[in-house]
Ligand binder design. Structure first.
Ligand code: PGA
Length: 265
């Protein structure tokens, strides 16, 4: 049984004042679900310390948005995985599409970052997803498989076990355009089949979350399929009530699991 997980990706947003106001309201509203759903907040690096303090003993984890592919040394502007681990991070996003497209992170670099996160004892949240062009050409799974393969090349299958995969179609991120529940469910199933082909049991055990314009209004529908183990939430994670309502929608799936879609074929 995979425990659902909800991850807030604040991207490059926030201020000391705004973070405090957001978290105080959000934490009060998320409290009822913290046993049923794993939760993590990924603020920008400078706010890790503040958010760690505010999260305290709520059971909600701290996460980061990226980690260097290098261990230490002359890498101005980079932050190492061990530093993040020392700050109390439990999860680290790796290979977010904004990193891949705006900062030209190749599959190889993403694989190296993933390995660093693993070596530092944290859980990588590997973001994969196709562009609109790739989807229209019927190449969505080929693109996703090559993103997954780059990590396998770097860490072997052992690296992927106990990691989280975030399926985020590039065309749905921050655009207000959401993948349909069928597209999400089908893609998650195909990712599980890919994992299963490489290692028996991995397809069933890996948590795969969806990200891309998830809102309170569409969350229940997206989380309905038991292929979907939660969400990676950008814009809506900056609004306490919106994010908490997404948390409610996810927690409700635990109470009423949809066993129908729980197969790989
Ligand atoms: P969005 O972002 O929810 O604003 O579309 C998701 C993400 O980038 O992780």
């Amino acid at each position: 049984m995979r425990k659902p997980i909800l991850i807030a990706n604040w991207k490059m947003n926030g201020s000391l004042h705004a973070n405090q106001a957001l978290l105080v309201r959000m934490l009060a509203r998320l409290r009822p679900f913290r046993k049923a759903v794993d939760m993590a907040i990924c603020p920008p690096f400078p706010y890790l310390f503040q958010v760690r303090d505010l999260l305290g003993y709520t059971g909600i984890s701290l996460g980061a948005q990226n980690a260097s592919a290098a261990t230490s040394g002359a890498h101005t502007g980079e932050v190492s995985a061990t530093m993040l681990q020392e700050m109390g991070c439990r999860y680290v996003l790796v290979g977010h599409s904004e990193r891949r497209s705006l900062y030209h992170e190749s599959n190889g670099v993403v694989g190296a970052r993933f390995r660093q996160v693993r070596s530092a004892g944290m859980t990588p949240v590997l973001c994969v997803g196709e562009t609109l062009e790739e989807r229209e050409q019927g190449m969505a799974m080929a693109a996703i498989e090559s993103q997954l393969q780059a990590v396998i090349d770097e860490t072997g299958m052992a690296g992927l076990s106990d990691s989280v995969i975030a399926y985020e179609p590039v065309w749905a991120i921050g655009t207000g355009r959401t993948a349909t529940p069928e597209q999400v469910s089908d893609t998650h199933r195909a990712i599980r089949q890919f994992l299963e082909r490489h290692e028996a049991g991995l397809g069933e055990s890996t948590r795969i979350v969806y990200g891309g314009s998830v809102k309170a209004g569409n969350a229940a529908e997206l989380f309905q399929s038991s292929q979907v183990d939660g969400g990676l939430i950008g814009g809506a994670s900056l609004q306490a009530d919106e994010f908490s309502d997404i948390g409610t929608a996810l927690a409700n799936t635990v109470a009423e699991p949809d066993s129908e879609c729980d197969t790989l074929d």
